[in-house]
Design a protein around this ligand. Sequence first.
Ligand SMILES: [Zn+2]
Length: 465
Amino acid sequence: MAYKEGQPQAVLREAYEPPAYLLDHTDLIFELAEGVTEVTAALALRRAPGQGAAPLVLQGQDLELLGLALDGVPLSGNEYRIEGDTIVVPAMPEEGTLTIKTRIFPEKNTALEGLYRSGGMYCTQCEAEGFRRITYSLDRPDVLSRYRTTIRGDGAVLPIMLSNGNEVSRQTLADGRQEVVWEDPFPKPSYLFALVAGDLQWIEDRFVTVSGREVTLRIYTEPHNIAQVDYAMDALKRSMRWDEETYGREYDLDIFMIVAVDDFNMGAMENKGLNIFNTSCVLATPEFTTDLGFQRVEAVVAHEYFHNWSGNRVTCRDWFQLSLKEGFTVLRDAQFSADQNSPTVKRIEDARFLRTAQFAEDASPMAHPVRPDSYLEISNFYTLTVYEKGAEVVRMMRTLLGAEAFRRGTDLYFDRHDGQAATCEDFVLSLEAASGADLAQFRRWYSQAGTPVVSVQSAYAAPSP
Ligand SMILES: [Zn+2]
């Protein structure tokens, strides 16, 4: 049937294959200019251990390729080929640095994935597969890389230029443009990459971590919103302390930044060290924000901050494991909100939301397991089931094990998988190993869709006289 030819192909969880190449380092240079941005990416690639010679396949989307070089030598037309949205290098050596020059058009990017420009500001959104709109790369969550990002542009128009990690240099170039260089020492998948550039203001604060390290905290907004971010800063500091006390998780970079943007299309995104929020999730002021509004800001700031460990330091092997980071992090932000406010009220609100919204999804044709088995388009799986039911599944395991054994389990999970891309199964295995509990039967919660119907039989035996 002819109409089937253009249909998207389903991706299957069972078809997972480890990456053929690893990416030790990613060096990015952005030349931001009106109407067009040039990106130079130097990818330090290495064949994965145990993998035989395989062609290198890089993903890209809506990119204009300007040049390709291997270890500084330009590749000729017969040394690579473009196949649909990929570049294939058939005779990739065991190790080498591939430099890719591309041209992108952030002003025309209406997908709002990758790098886009809105209201004069440059902004990125790379989860789940937006990085491939910036440059050709191994755009999959189980390929982790250290990033160095150089941003060049007109300092009068773009006084603020941000990316992940720590700022390592800033200078005015001979042609008058500004250049800022960022380096992120923690390996991360491409979906956590972020870049922001524009005319922003900020507020600044300090946080001293449990081991005595001083961290600079900044919240950036467009100038007209700057008076409304104090509460978000307060919530951030409380989140950082809470995660140290409750989960033993300490912040790891010298700076933590939140950027609040009017035109950011997602709610909020946990890019390493540089969270990007829609202003609706950050702005709060006693004059016009309700109590519920304050609680929402507090919960979203906490949620994205908590991802620094549950999501960033330990990330997902593939997108079927999305609930590994989202279910666990929703539970963590719910615990935080409960501790900061009324645990009873928070629990009633969450249970009511689950019953009205998630139960309805689970009873509909949209029903799918917390860990889906296939997808056509991963962006359709950012669902109440993956987030809210996923959080309840982790909460049930916490209840089964008890708070102390659960904490031993999460400690073990973070120890075992720090710097790795893990699976929902890895999480359950850590809980089992640390507690001695057998969660075999419990695994069905990850694979079975639908709201379970529980039948209870009760019997009462009167005490003998
Ligand atoms: Zn999240």
